[in-house]
Design a protein around this ligand. Structure first.
Ligand code: PLP
Length: 406
């Protein structure tokens, strides 16, 4: 079936409004995506007539909520093609997943002098937790650099890997440059050296889908709110063997087996890593979003978004007053740019007044800005409901900004 973006748009009530007297053009999907009605209704229904905490009660609603929560885990498992649903841990988001993992992995496997490799293009969420771990344990953070076109200098990986390398953590798709990183090659090289790999999928899973078994990554993390689901929920996927080896990163209710003042024993994964009352409604809402994407068809979505990216890149590169950042041959859904002699904030404020939501600033990737010697960019990040006409609106807004500053 042909992908029909106009019928998809009808599923997203947020898009159907005017700001400053103009139709909203929402191009900030990299920050957070809008939610289809099915997700909004699912969450609303749960609050209205099903709410009860999970795993704890024997009454009707608690059992029903537990079943829906565990079914949500299975939906995530199927969506990312994990071997077992117990390999799926619900967290608060990508940041929560990486912080938990960094603490846990660090406690078990990192000693002074050990090395962790990340890349120069990472989001702060995939830099700072590893930096904090390195400071705590006296370990060393090493960086894979990137070329000016936004491609990773993957050939440097072989010299960065040493006998002390304990972990590699890289983003699948850059939230600033749109680069699709060669994660299969990175994983293969890492595994050849017995090094586990974390993939930050915050910007990939909604565009490309994912098969964690084919990819063979050890860990994969993403956020619900960027994949058309609710905020405050995310996923830490881990291969089963790690979940038995790693200590829990939070203590509290439900993650335990027997508690006494002398000793506490832990529950089995995934519950071992889900201390306290989980965001069960978030998890159920996330599953609804994944069902929506599956029903709509991931390949149709990817084809549509790729066509938009190509169109937008072409239109922007025709403008001689624009600098585009991120021109990797393998790229997804992000248009990062600046206008000559115009500050990105000034441009962003004017673009906003034309009804267009773009992001301006460093996009939580200050090292990327440092690479180019700039203070920030304007970023249009595309989603499944964006249209070619919206790109045209962005282009005319950008031209207006140029005229105003001429
Ligand atoms: N990693 C990447 C690549 C991102 O783009 C983001 C958010 O923009 C994050 C991590 C952090 O995600 P969250 O704020 O949902 O935890």
């Amino acid at each position: 079936m042909e992908y029909d973006v106009y019928s998809v748009r009808k599923d997203f009530p947020m898009l159907n409004q005017q700001i400053y007297g103009r139709p909203l053009v929402y191009l900030d999907n990299g920050a957070t995506a809008q939610k289809p009605l099915s997700v909004i209704e699912c969450i609303n229904n749960f609050h209205t007539s099903k709410n009860s905490t999970i795993h704890r009660g024997i009454h009707f609603f608690s059992e029903q909520a537990t079943e829906e929560f565990e079914n949500a885990r299975k939906t995530v498992q199927q969506f990312i093609h994990a071997e077992k649903s117990s390999e799926v841990i619900f967290t608060s988001g990508t940041t929560g997943s990486i912080n938990g993992l960094a603490w846990s992995f660090g406690e078990r496997f990192i000693s002074p002098g050990d090395e962790i490799i990340i890349s120069e293009m990472e989001h702060h969420s995939n830099i700072v937790p590893w930096q904090m771990l390195c400071e705590r344990k006296g370990a060393v953070l090493k960086i894979i650099p990137f070329n000016d076109d936004g491609t990773l200098e993957i050939n440097k990986l072989d010299t960065l890997i040493t006998v002390k390398t304990r972990l590699i953590s890289v983003m699948h798709i850059s939230n600033t440059l749109g680069t699709i990183n060669p994660i299969r090659a990175i994983i293969a090289r890492a595994h050849a050296n017995d090094i586990p790999v974390v993939i930050d999928g915050a910007q990939s899973v909604q565009h490309t889908g994912i098969d964690v078994q084919k990819l063979d990554c050890d860990f994969f993390v993403f956020s619900g709110h960027k994949i058309y689901g609710p905020t405050g929920i995310g996923i830490l996927y881990a291969k089963e063997k790690w979940l038995h080896e790693l200590p829990p990163f939070q203590g509290g209710g439900e993650m335990v087996n027997v508690v006494s003042f002398q000793k506490t024993t832990y529950n089995e994964p995934p519950v071992k890593f889900e201390a306290g009352t989980p965001n069960y409604i978030g998890a159920i809402g996330l599953a609804e979003a994944l069902k929506y994407l599956t029903k709509t068809g991931l390949s149709g979505i990817a084809k549509h978004e790729n066509a938009l990216l190509e169109y937008g890149s072409q239109k922007l590169s025709e403008l001689d007053f624009i600098t585009l950042y991120g021109q990797a041959p393998d790229k997804s859904s992000i248009l990062s740019f600046n206008l000559k002699d115009v500050h990105h904030y000034d441009a962003g404020m004017i673009i906003d007044k034309m009804g267009i939501a773009v992001r301006t600033g460093t996009h939580c990737a200050q090292p990327v800005m440092q690479h180019y010697g700039i203070s920030g960019t304007i970023r249009a990040s595309l989603g499944m409901y964006n249209t070619q006409e919206e790109i045209d609106t962005l282009i005319s807004a950008v031209k207006k900004v140029r005229d105003m500053f001429a």
